[in-house]
Design a protein around this ligand. Structure first.
Ligand code: MTE
Length: 312
């Protein structure tokens, strides 16, 4: 497939037009308290990435650049939703390397360029659902995680994959406080990690990933709650046992390992049945949450025989 610079075909504005994107007009009048509480400074846009349209995209209208880049969780830069946008600007993401270890025949440490080099970058628009009952639609740029993992030849003991974020309290002020057991750790079963929907993400809207969104490399698992999407990854380990993840360690009754979007299992402190779409305006009604975030046809078979009430 011919690689095309996204600036040739998908500048941010064209990208939006292609999907009849009209939310920018709506933001001024309907963006609600979230947007209007911010200064009207858009987060800086990075370099264009060479992409091709990827499979599996939703037809739903993407959220705006402002929604996607100013309303996040990235506790290394603070616990407020705008903190990552405000505090991650100077975070240094180059040079960057990723260590691959554990149950595989070809472990090693690779520069980001080497991690990315053989892959064609795909634009994929995914629903993004947070455990706090809000959602967005985000045009990610990335490549299937499984394609990357296969290069390291995982062996038959590799039942899970464990991911780790950079630990650097000098750059990440949140790590100077015991908010979580740092560094941030997440995990997937090997089948989840190999599923073609699971992405290693390096960009949004055809641009390099802004720091607050997890630059330079992060995970996106579209049928799971957003907290599985670990940011700024420096280590990937193939393991025999299910990894202990940061949120499980911090609040095991609230955040399980599987974290599949499931409207039938309430979070102990709130319902998961309905969700608020960020940017839809103060008067927009909440919408029903879909099982597996709407990706049930693709992923339900991964959990055949598993009690999804117990394995939340
Ligand atoms: N990754 C790291 N390293 N630290 C974090 O605090 N927060 C998670 C996830 N990844 C987090 C993280 C949570 S709770 C969510 S909802 C998503 O990032 C939110 O960011 P996004 O909208 O850019 O995916």
């Amino acid at each position: 497939m011919k690689r095309i610079l996204s600036s040739e075909i998908t500048s941010e504005s064209n990208y939006r037009n292609r999907r009849q994107f009209i939310r920018d007009a709506g933001l001024a009048i309907g963006g609600g308290a979230l947007a209007s509480a911010l200064p009207l400074v858009a987060a800086a846009e990075g370099r264009d990435l060479a992409t091709v349209p990827g499979p599996h995209s939703t037809d739903e209208t993407p959220n705006s650049w402002t929604d996607v880049t100013t309303y996040n969780n990235f506790y290394e830069f603070g616990t407020g939703k705008e903190d990552p946008y405000r505090n991650a600007g100077d975070f240094v993401t180059a040079p960057w390397s990723v260590k691959i270890s554990g149950e595989c025949d070809k472990p090693g440490t690779h520069a980001l360029e080497d991690i990315m080099a053989p892959h064609t970058l795909e634009d994929r628009v995914y629903r993004h659902r947070c455990v706090e009952a809000w959602s967005m639609v985000v045009p990610w740029v990335g490549f299937p995680l499984g394609d990357l993992l296969k290069r390291f030849a995982p062996n038959s003991n590799a039942k899970f994959v464990r991911f780790k974020t950079l630990y650097d309290p000098k750059q990440m002020p949140g790590q100077r406080r015991a908010i979580l057991d740092w560094p941030y750790v997440e995990g997937l079963t090997i089948a989840e990690a190999m599923h073609p929907l699971t992405l290693m993400v390096v960009g949004v809207f055809g641009k390099e990933l802004p720091n607050q969104n997890g630059a330079p490399l992060r995970l996106v698992v579209p049928w799971k709650y957003g907290f599985k999407g670990i940011k700024s990854i420096v280590e990937i380990e193939f393991t025999r046992r299910q990894p202990r993840t940061s949120w499980e360690l911090s609040a095991p009754h609230e955040y399980g390992f599987y974290a599949n979007v499931n409207p039938e299992v309430d979070h102990p402190r709130w319902s998961q049945a309905r969700e608020r779409r960020i940017g839809a305006g103060l008067f927009a009604s909440k919408q029903p949450t879909l099982m597996f975030n709407g990706y049930a046809d693709e992923v339900a078979e991964l959990y055949a025989g598993l009690d999804l009430r117990k394995n939340y």
